[in-house]
Design a protein around this ligand. Sequence first.
Ligand SMILES: Cc1ncc(COP(=O)(O)O)c(C=O)c1O
Length: 384
Amino acid sequence: MNAEFYRHPLSKADAAAVAAVLDTPFLTTGKVCASVERQIESYFGVPHAVLMNSWTNGAFAVLLAMELQPSDEVIIPAMTFIATANVIVLAGGTPVFVDVDPRTLLMTPESVEKAVTARTRAVMPVHLYGQMCDMRGIRHAVSRARSVGSEPIIIEDCAHCFEGARDGYKPGRYSDAAIFSFYATKNITCGEGGAAIFNSEKLYQRTLETRSHGMSATAIDRFREGRYNHWDMNRLGTKANLPDLLAALLPKQIAAIDQRLIERKRLAERYRSAFEAGPLRLVEQIGTGVSAEHLFVVGVGNGARDVAIARLNEARVGVTVNYRSVPETSFYRRRLGGLVNEWPVAKKWGDETLSLPLFPNLSQAEQDYVIATVRRVVYPLVDA
Ligand SMILES: Cc1ncc(COP(=O)(O)O)c(C=O)c1O
C-alpha cells in the first residue's frame, strides 16, 4: 500500500476545453479568461477579477501597481510560504514579519495593530491551510493604528482559501485585493495560475497595466475592430497574464468547488477524530469559520519531525512541510541582520509541522493506511 501526497482532479475529459482554445487564433489571454473572470466575480460578489499566471506574479503586479518604495513596509505573518515575502522584496518594499497565533497559526488583529508604523503601506494576511484570518478585526485594527494619513492597503493571500469563509463573509469582503493560486496542488488548479479580486477601482485599473508590462491597452484592445491601436507605458509592469489555454481548465472546477469542499471536509474530519486523542498537535478550528481544508497539518514534538518524515516516506506515505518560518531562511536571516527569536511561535511550528495527504479523490483505504502508519511510526517518536 502507499498514499501519494496529492493527485489532481483533472482527466482526459478536460482536454476538450483546451482543444477548443486551439481553434482560436491567439491562445493567450482572451475570451476564455474574460468569462472565467466574470465567474469569479459572481462567486465572490466583487466588482473585478483578473486572472494571473501565478499567485506570485499576480501579487507582484498588484504591488507594482502600488509603486512601493524601499521604505514602505508590508506586514506579513512569519508562518507562510516564502512567496508572500519575496514579492514584497521584488517590488522594492520591506516585509515586516509578525508572529502568528499558537492555536490557529494565523496572523491576528492584535499583532497587526502593534506592527503598524507611519511607514506601513500594506498588510497581507495569509489564510493559512484554508482558515481565514479575522479580516474584519484586521481592517478595524489597521484603522485604529492609523487614524491620521492614508490607510494601509489590505491584500489577502488566499493561496489556500478560495472556498473558505469566516463569520459569514468570504475573501474580498474587507480587503482592497485578494489573490488566489491555481498552482498544481491547490484546491483549484490549472498547473500554474492565479487570480486577483479587487474592491479598489484604482488598484484594479493599475493592475490591469502592471499585469502586462505596464501597457495601457490589453492585447484585445490593441487589435480591436480589426485595426492596430497604439498603446503607451504608464508604469513599470511584469508579465502576469494567464493564457486561455490554461484558463480553459478552470470553469468546471470553480463551479464544483463547494461540492468538492464537502469531500475535503469529510476527509479532514476523519483525520481530526483519528488523531485528536493522540500525541500530535492539531490546528484549532475556528468555530465561526468554514475552512477550505487546503492542507492537513500536524505538529510532531520531541524534536522528531524529520525522523517522522523519513519513516513516513519509507512506508510510502507522501508528506511535505508547510512551512518553515520565513525569517529563519538564510536569505531573510541575512536581510534582517541577525534579528532572531522574534517569531517563536512560527519558529517552533516550522520545526515541528508536516502535512499529510488530503485531496478529494484520496480513497478511504489510502486514508486508513495514512492514519495507521502515522500511529505506528510517528506516535512512538513523540511518546518516547
Ligand atoms: C501561502 C502561499 N502564498 C503564495 C503562494 C504562491 O503561489 P504560486 O505558486 O501560485 O505563485 C503559495 C504557493 O504555494 C502559498 O502557499
